[in-house]
Design a protein around this ligand. Structure first.
Ligand code: PMP
Ligand code: GLU
Length: 417
């Protein structure tokens, strides 16, 4: 046994496509620089900067004190599954939601991975509207399926239509992985758009995984439209992913959910029983306290209001100070996705180089679009304080205007010959 050298390690074929999470990597780089004394503003992480609401945290503490520190039920405690079922039912106008069809996992990330792993296998193609959150293609690869990125329409908030999905479909297509409100764009599919997509997946016998983790972070009245607003007969092949990490500022508690047809839920639970067992027991009690408590609802309302104000800050700053830059106007989640290639020049020829220069020159951490499938775009997370966002915007504008000036000067020089 040696703890040095690689011991001749060749990764198994399971890892053929594996790349570490690029979003997490940027966040770690920002933390490293900050620890080294650099003045870094980190707008990379998709993580609320608020504390977990008190009633939730207190319930978690009480669960520990009450000795809820042993193995939990594999598919989740009934208190939590029933609370989520009620919550999702209320959000969608009282539709029935069966707690038995919900599996609690270690974050929405594990819920998504479990779902991909039970639904897809070798040669199965899975359509992923792009840009897409960094982990979706990886999860499909880990299930040995083939992710097929379907580019969204820039005229349509980078969303996809049934026509786009249809054009990418072939005999191997087994499913679609849709995220709304979207990470990284903040775009939100309307009721009509969701219905058209679900009618199409149902007609084609495809699975639809609907990642609705940002459903309550919506900058229009009410929760964002959901596939759960649609009639039951359309949902026979739909799995809804939901979670507490974002809305309830609970990223570190690691609780997420899959709501799936009964046989799929059973398979997800069976898979999980061999991989992690049930999610953290005290965290499940804490998460149950997130639902149906007015104090928590008030906190969520306040947090969403703050996200809305920050969104306004970013959008209006870009409009005023960077008028040529294209962006998606976010209607949900806490991301702002802008197109940066108009200022690419010299060493900066893609978003990775853009973000590397930005962190070195101006100390602002953003995530390059490569992480989401498009090297022309950059993601800014506005889940940060107004002070940090305001200062970061000034630095970003200075950086972009600097790049543009150099580019224009070079072009003028070339024109003069
Ligand atoms: N889905 C999307 C779209 C996300 O942005 C995230 C955030 N990491 C997740 C799922 C995973 O959430 P969790 O932290 O609950 O695992
Ligand atoms: N989902 C968040 C993000 O996109 C957290 C990081 C991650 O899990 O990838 O930044």
């Amino acid at each position: 046994m040696t703890t040095s050298g690689d011991g001749g390690f060749t990764p198994s074929r399971n890892l053929r496509h594996l790349q570490p999470s690029a979003t997490i990597a940027v966040t770690q780089e920002a933390s490293r620089r900050r620890a080294a004394g650099e003045n870094i503003i980190d707008l990379s992480a998709g993580e609320p900067d608020f504390a977990t609401p008190r009633p939730i945290a207190e319930r978690g503490i009480r669960a520990i004190q009450d000795g809820k520190t042993h193995y939990p039920p594999n598919n989740g405690i009934l208190d939590l599954r029933a609370a989520v079922a009620r919550h999702l039912s209320v959000l969608s106008g009282g539709r029935p939601v069966n707690a038995d069809n919900i599996v609690v996992s270690t974050g929405a990330k594990q819920a998504l991975f479990n779902t991909c792993f039970v639904l897809f296998g070798p040669n199965d193609a899975v359509l992923i509207p792009s840009p897409a959150w960094v982990s979706y293609p990886q999860m499909v690869h880990l299930a040995r399926g083939e992710p097929v990125l379907v580019p969204g329409d820039p005229e349509f908030g980078l969303k996809v239509s049934v026509k786009d999905l249809e054009a990418a479909t072939d005999a191997n297509t087994r499913g679609v992985l849709l995220c709304s409100p979207n990470n990284p764009t903040g775009a939100v599919y309307t009721h009509g758009e969701l219905r058209a997509i679900v009618e199409w997946t149902a007609k084609r016998d495809l699975w639809l995984i609907a990642d609705e983790i940002y459903r309550l972070i919506h900058f229009a009245p009410g929760p964002a439209p959901s596939v759960l607003d649609l009639p039951d007969e359309l949902l026979g092949r739909v799995v809804v992913i939901y979670g507490v990490s974002k809305t309830y500022a609970m990223t570190g508690w690691r609780i997420g959910f899959a709501l799936a047809p009964p046989e799929v839920a059973k398979s997800i639970a069976a898979l999980q029983s061999h991989v992690t067992s049930g999610a953290s027991h005290p965290a499940q009690f804490a998460a149950a306290a997130a639902f149906g408590d007015e104090r928590v609802e008030r906190d969520v309302h306040r947090m969403v209001e703050r996200f809305g104000r920050r969104r306004e800050m970013v959008v209006s700053y870009f409009r005023e100070h960077l008028p040529g830059m294209e962006f998606v106007e976010p209607l949900g989640a806490f991301y702002f996705f802008f197109r940066a290639d108009s200022c690419f020049h010299g060493d900066v020829q893609d978003a990775v180089a853009f973000c590397q220069r930005l962190i070195v020159d101006e100390g602002v951490a953003l995530v390059p679009g490569e992480a989401f499938g498009d090297a022309r775009w950059v993601r800014l997370s506005f889940a940060a304080s107004e002070g940090d966002i305001g200062e970061a915007l000034v630095r970003i504008a200075r950086f972009i205007n600097g790049l543009l000036q150099v580019k224009e000067a070079a072009a003028a020089g070339a024109a003069r010959g």
